[in-house]
Write a protein that binds this ligand. Structure first.
Ligand code: ADP
Ligand code: NA
Length: 333
């Protein structure tokens, strides 16, 4: 009943990281190249769930768009746009706020993590309701598949719950029950400073992440200083079991090299991190430097980026509008 259609997004709340690249962007490009209809969104409405400097948000949205294009998203074959330019996202999110239950939101681990040790009463209402907006982002296009990193798995389950409850409450079969697509060697890239935290653009420590715009020296230095244990690399991946930092670096290598962790471990078995880290840094620089260069070139012409995003928003809206209108009709509006 539903034609295969991919939707996914990234927040323009900071520069793109290696985690965003391996867990999301690189997958987005693969899906586009498989010839499936692909819609990619810079989710600026999500970004403002925590305060953003307006001028910085505007620039980061352009920079993220440049990152997508530099990584291989072709704005002619994929739809690339920012969320706030298609009004249906916020409109459908309101409907879903009335379908979803408070308890569902309260159980989201990301909500718990982001308010841990803080006064949750002082978090924005938007941060609490964020997963409902995310469901709207996806379902506004009747997207059937969403490529994401592992951290988004629970939000995808909630999206499915909202679709199922809407269909049930209104006795329709209108929204698809969307499948998450979590694949590859690095679905959860960890912080370089703390193997128990994911690498994130919102981590206050810049040393915890590789940014797509980092230069070669910075990348080499961050990997050199990455926390590891003193053991050499094991013979098999089973030997990485209780070594989260080592496993993380191996997974990053494997994802960048388009190979498996098994293969990387076999190639480096018995070598220490003194040898592995420079090899990893060289590989990362070889893969990321061309992206950074292309981003710089694109950023020199912000008007062209705005034009691309404007065109994407028009095409996105052409899909979204009839689905929103039909939703209003189902609800009795
Ligand atoms: P961030 O946490 O960097 O702000 P977003 O929330 O904007 O990232 O997520 C954008 C996409 O990048 C999502 O699909 C998310 O799953 C993926 N992603 C983010 N961080 C990582 C990571 N450390 N490893 C793998 N994928 C990630
Ligand atoms: Na996130």
């Amino acid at each position: 009943k539903f034609t295969p259609r991919i939707f996914s997004g990234i927040q323009p709340s900071g520069g793109l990281t290696l985690g965003n690249y391996l867990g999301a962007l690189k997958r987005f490009v693969e899906k586009q190249d498989e010839g499936i209809e692909t819609i990619y969104c810079l989710v600026d409405l999500h970004a403002i769930t925590v305060w953003q400097d307006p001028e910085r948000l505007r620039n980061q949205t352009r920079e993220a768009a440049a990152g997508f294009i530099a990584a291989g998203i072709d704005p002619k074959r994929s739809i690339l746009f920012n969320q706030s330019q298609v009004p249906g996202h916020a409109q459908l999110a309101w409907i879903f706020n009335c379908v979803a239950r408070m308890g569902w939101m309260g159980r989201m681990t990301q909500w718990k993590d982001k308010t841990a040790g803080k006064d949750a009463e002082k978090a924005s209402l938007g941060l609490f309701a964020y997963p409902s907006l995310m469901a709207a982002d996806i379902l506004l296009y009747h997207a059937t598949h969403v490529p994401v990193g592992e951290d988004q798995k629970q939000h995808l389950e909630l999206t499915r719950d909202i679709a199922i409850k809407f269909n049930h409450d209104y006795k329709v079969d209108f929204f698809p029950v969307t499948e998450p697509v979590i694949e590859g060697a690095a679905t959860r890239v960890m912080s370089l400073r703390d193997g128990s935290k994911k690498m994130s653009k919102s981590d206050p420590s810049d040393a915890s992440r590789i940014n797509l715009t980092d230069d070669a020296d910075t990348i080499a230095q961050k990997f050199r200083k990455a926390r590891t244990d003193a053991e050499p690399l094991p013979e098999t991946v089973a030997g990485l079991k209780d070594r989260p930092e080592a496993r993380n670096l191996v997974n990053i290598y494997a994802a960048l090299a388009d190979t498996s962790a098994e293969k990387v471990v076999a190639d480096f078995a018995g070598q220490g991190f003194g040898a592995f880290k420079p090899a990893l840094a060289d590989l990362a620089v070889a893969k990321l430097a061309p992206i950074a260069d292309e981003m710089k070139r694109l950023m020199a012409d912000p008007a062209e980026i705005d034009r691309i995003l404007g065109d994407g928003a028009e095409r996105a809206n052409a899909i979204a509008e009839p689905i929103l209108n039909r939703t209003y009709d189902i609800v009795g509006m």
